[in-house]
Design a binder for this molecule. Structure first.
Ligand code: BG6
Length: 476
């Protein structure tokens, strides 16, 4: 079997600490690391092999909301045989010959960029200069995180830069939401079961809501976040992908090309409505570490859009995301038109709530359908209940893989289905840019609220309201 080197540029970064190192451990525990893999961490700091292993161990044993299970020492020791460290400055051309020598004659290589975008061009140029962007006896793949650019122009430039050094089939642009089990299952739910699909259109749907709310703030990421804000941090990428999965047409085949094509069709046809965007900022944000005291960065946004297509003509889509809100929940709700309900209409105490199909991405992961049922008893009264498929209550005890785990496995296997291609990223920015151009000063909202009142008014103007993510379904 061919040897594989996984080179992580930025092994001491926040991303490496909260995601990549824990995922490498999980892969070792589940025996998902190929036999012949060698992981090479790169950072500036001088560290011996022993010190690096100690660093890995410390990271794994530090409290991490994304990785809560205990570390088994025997798994860690086995993993240690595969991890190596090389210190160096990524912007120093003299570093790359050293890296080349370190990699020896490994056939296949993955370069993971867990570092600042400002450094990318040094990496690409020097990999090429040292003939490391190709492998005569195998393949070379590049994993690159969002954000790809900061607007359409910079995304195009970065995509072009990438193509100067790599072919599209070597580039794995990673949006970790595409690796989420709960998102991928939307495709199965919709296209393996024909039962709901005929209803997913303007004849049956009243509107769609997408919420990604977090009850925590920006933590230690002030330096990054203050440059980006909520719309660009999660709206441009994760939430647009959620929308694409929930609304795309059935791909002709389960292939990268067909699935990506359908996702792009949705993204390309989104209508930007700059006067239907509300920006918010949580109280106290400007006092956070590494945040400009006069910052106008959005920590919340809410917007309305439409998909220009016959299928979803005039179906409003409302999207919101924010930090330090009331609750942490990510979900897509397909709200159906209210039933004419001829039979029960006149019963005074009965609910007349619409049916809602909810894809709960996290927490209480599941796919649930809100329906009206009869309240057991002597009277005929209706109440809403959930028909539910819940991951955590699944009797088959499947585990939900971390998205990074899945995406690293996919990269090793050369499967780009759940990665973004250049056109897709550019379609996302084409939608976002006009919204950002006319950005108003963010409205200040209370910590623990649902954002500024203007976000509520956005829906109230249409006779609708935001759905509060339910905590009633899929609880353990
Ligand atoms: C990241 C954003 O891409 O996604 C974060 O930079 C956000 O600000 C995170 O909190 C959300 O991801 P998840 O998987 O925790 O929902």
């Amino acid at each position: 079997m061919k040897s594989l080197a996984l080179v992580i540029f930025g092994i001491t970064s926040n991303l490496a600490q909260i995601k990549l190192i824990p995922v490498l451990y999980d892969m070792a525990e589940k025996d998902l690391l190929p036999e012949n893999i060698s992981v090479i961490g790169i950072a500036r700091r001088e560290m011996s092999k022993d010190e690096f292993q100690k660093y890995f161990h410390e990271v794994l044993n530090t409290e991490n909301i994304h990785h809560k299970h205990p570390i088994k020492e025997d798994v860690f020791r086995k993993l240690c045989r595969r991890i190596n460290y090389l210190s160096g400055n990524i912007d120093d051309p003299n570093f790359y010959p050293k890296l080349k020598e370190f990699l020896g004659n490994s056939n296949n290589r993955i370069y993971y960029l867990a570092t600042y975008p400002e450094l990318y061009h040094h990496i690409f140029e020097n990999l090429q200069k040292n003939q490391m962007n190709k492998s005569p006896k195998g393949w070379v793949r590049l994993m690159i995180e969002k954000p790809i650019g900061n607007d359409l122009k910079s995304a195009q430039n970065l995509n072009q830069l990438l193509l100067n050094y790599f072919n599209e089939d070597q580039i794995y642009r990673l949006d970790h939401y595409l690796g989420k089990e709960t998102l991928q299952n939307i495709l199965t739910f919709r296209f393996a079961n024909d039962i709901f699909e005929p209803l997913i259109n303007k004849d049956y749907i009243d509107h769609i809501q997408i919420t990604a709310s977090e009850d925590f703030g920006i933590g230690r990421r002030g330096g990054y976040y203050d440059q980006v804000g909520a719309l660009k941090d999660v709206g441009q990428n994760h939430q647009l992908q959620m929308l694409a999965f929930a609304t795309m047409n059935a791909p002709s085949q389960f292939t990268n090309k067909a699935i990506t094509h359908e996702r792009i069709q949705i993204l390309k046809n989104l209508i930007p409505l700059p006067d239907k965007v509300v920006y918010g900022q949580y109280e106290g944000y400007t006092k956070e570490k590494n945040v400009n005291p006069d910052s106008r960065t959005d920590t919340f946004y809410a917007l309305k859009t439409y998909i220009e297509s016959e299928r979803f003509e005039d179906v409003p889509i409302y999207i919101r995301a924010g930090k330090k809100l009331k609750q942490t929940a990510t979900e897509i709700s397909i709200v159906f038109k209210k039933p004419v309900n001829k039979l029960f209409k006149k019963m005074p105490e009965s609910s007349d709530e619409p049916n809602i199909l909810i894809y709960r991405i996290q927490p209480n992961e599941g796919i649930v359908f809100k329906i009206l049922t009869k309240i057991p008893g002597h009277k005929i009264m209706l109440e809403p209940e959930y028909m539910q498929y819940c991951y955590r209550l699944d009797p088959h005890t499947h585990y939900i893989p971390d998205p990074y785990e899945r995406l690293i496995v996919d990269t090793i296997n050369g499967d780009q289905t759940f990665f973004n291609d250049a056109r897709e990223i550019e379609a996302q920015w084409t939608f976002i840019d006009p919204l950002f151009a006319e950005r108003e000063k963010p409205r200040i909202y209370k910590v623990g609220s649902w954002g500024p009142k203007e976000a509520d008014e956005l829906l109230e103007a249409d006779g609708r309201s935001w759905l509060e993510p339910s905590t009633e379904f899929c609880r353990i």
